[in-house]
Design a protein around this ligand. Structure first.
Ligand SMILES: Cc1cc2nc3c(=O)[nH]c(=O)nc-3n(C[C@H](O)[C@H](O)[C@H](O)COP(=O)(O)OP(=O)(O)OC[C@H]3O[C@@H](n4cnc5c(N)ncnc54)[C@H](O)[C@@H]3O)c2cc1C
Length: 381
């Protein structure tokens, strides 16, 4: 079905990226899942092919493309069930912090490496005692001359093992009575003395993605690695979370469509009681319901994406999108898996991956309960 938001060049890009996934990602994905991480070579190859940081400006070695190219990458990855290869996190969630808030000198140093895949990105907000309540974070950064000395730890950090550059939320002012005003963002490079990566955490899904604890012990970070202004970190986080949530939600409806399509194929061939599974009214109604919901979601997003690109403040709408689409993703994966019977429970059937990978989507990027809080505040409650 034609999507009005995309131009011919986006659709051509989609075609070539889809082929790339088929040739260079899908054949290896099971192995990466077993290893719990994606090899660095896969990132470098993606960089070479122009699939990393598509929105990075030409002055920094990027393609200078619009956000719709990122949307295509996210949709295709989630549609094909390879969502734990976290290029969208790198491209659209972490990269914008550097693009928007780093100094010109640091942009010149970092962005070309983000585009080539030599520098893999992560964002570290969450701490053992500060998840939903982000303003409670305790990691400190105390200024000593031309450096910040960072102490503390982070948890559940995506790309944590691979990361070369981490955008880390730190407390630079411990005295302020308004905790969110004491937060700043620092880019901490892997290999900086005092920065240690913990183990790759074992998860129930998203197996090709490395998720880690990060530790900072008297870690001296050059002051020039500060993003934007000191004390404005919380404001930057809130600003960039709009795109983070939108990207997660875009992935969600694409994954729901992916689960639906492989299920439609399956129920047309699998038989019971002399009929295909797809001939039972129960199957037909369930899949018709999911198809309807995915269609509704897509219309909502085709309205939101251009408005986001135009710079509109969409906290209410994006919170709705994130909670509703990620719930839909899980519902679709769960109901579709049922039609595979026992085979759906086997990891060799991709529907099982759609199911386990869907579970996290309502938790990270702000839980769906927090999304509903944000909506409630904006409908006058
Ligand atoms: C696989 C994975 C990858 C992740 N990647 C990253 C990453 O790259 N970077 C990063 O910084 N973080 C990351 N996270 C962390 C993630 O963002 C947090 O887990 C999430 O924000 C929730 O925080 P929490 O786990 O501390 O849960 P808590 O905040 O302890 O919440 C527990 C429960 O209480 C509910 N709750 C909390 N407050 C309220 C409230 N006011 N009203 C109603 N209910 C409430 C929550 O919705 C939730 O259901 C990742 C997590 C996972 C599991």
């Amino acid at each position: 079905m034609e999507r009005k938001i995309f131009k011919k060049e986006h659709e051509m890009f989609r075609k070539s990226f889809r082929q790339y996934l088929k040739d260079r990602v899908l054949p290896f994905y099971e192995q990466w899942e077993e290893e719990g991480i994606t090899p660095r070579e896969a990132w470098l190859e993606a960089g070479k092919n122009g699939f990393l940081c598509p929105t990075a400006g030409e002055a920094y070695g990027g393609p200078g493309a619009d956000f719709l190219y990122s949307v295509v990458i996210t949709e295709e990855m989630y549609y094909h069930g390879v969502s734990s290869l976290f290029w969208p996190l790198h491209n659209d969630i972490v990269f914008p912090y550097i693009d928007l808030y780093a100094s010109e000198k640091m942009k010149k140093k970092w962005i070309p490496r983000c585009v080539s895949g030599e520098a893999i990105l992560a964002v570290a907000m969450t701490e053992p005692d500060a998840g939903s309540d982000l303003a409670a974070l305790k990691t400190t950064a105390v200024k000593h001359g031309d450096a910040y000395v960072v102490n503390g730890s982070k948890i559940f950090i995506s790309n944590g093992q691979l990361a070369d550059l981490c955008v880390v939320a730190v407390r630079t002012d411990e005295k302020t009575k308004r905790p969110h005003e004491g937060i700043s963002l620092l880019v901490i490079e892997a290999g900086t003395p005092g920065f240690r990566k913990g183990r790759n955490l074992k998860k129930i899904g998203m197996h090709a993605q490395d998720t880690s604890e990060l530790f900072f012990d008297d870690c001296r970070v050059p002051a020039e690695n500060l993003l934007g202004e000191e004390g404005k970190g919380f404001k930057y986080l809130m600003h960039n979370l709009q795109q983070e949530r939108l990207v997660l939600a875009i992935g969600a409806y694409a994954a729901a469509q992916g689960a639906l399509d492989i299920t439609i194929d399956y129920v047309k061939t699998r038989k019971a009681f002399g009929k295909t599974i797809g001939a039972f009214q129960n199957t037909r109604f369930a899949l018709a319901e999911i198809a309807t919901k995915v269609q509704l979601a897509r219309s909502f997003f085709d309205d939101l994406i251009p408005r986001h690109m135009a710079g509109e403040d969409l906290v209410r709408e994006v919170s709705m999108a994130k909670y509703w689409a990620t719930d839909l993703q899980f519902e679709a994966a769960d109901r579709c898996l049922q039609f595979f019977g026992g085979y759906g429970y086997m990891t060799e059937y991709p529907i099982s991956r759609f199911f386990v990978d869907a579970r996290i989507q309502s938790i990270y990027g702000g839980t769906n309960e927090i999304m509903k809080e944000l909506i409630a505040r904006r409908i006058g409650l």
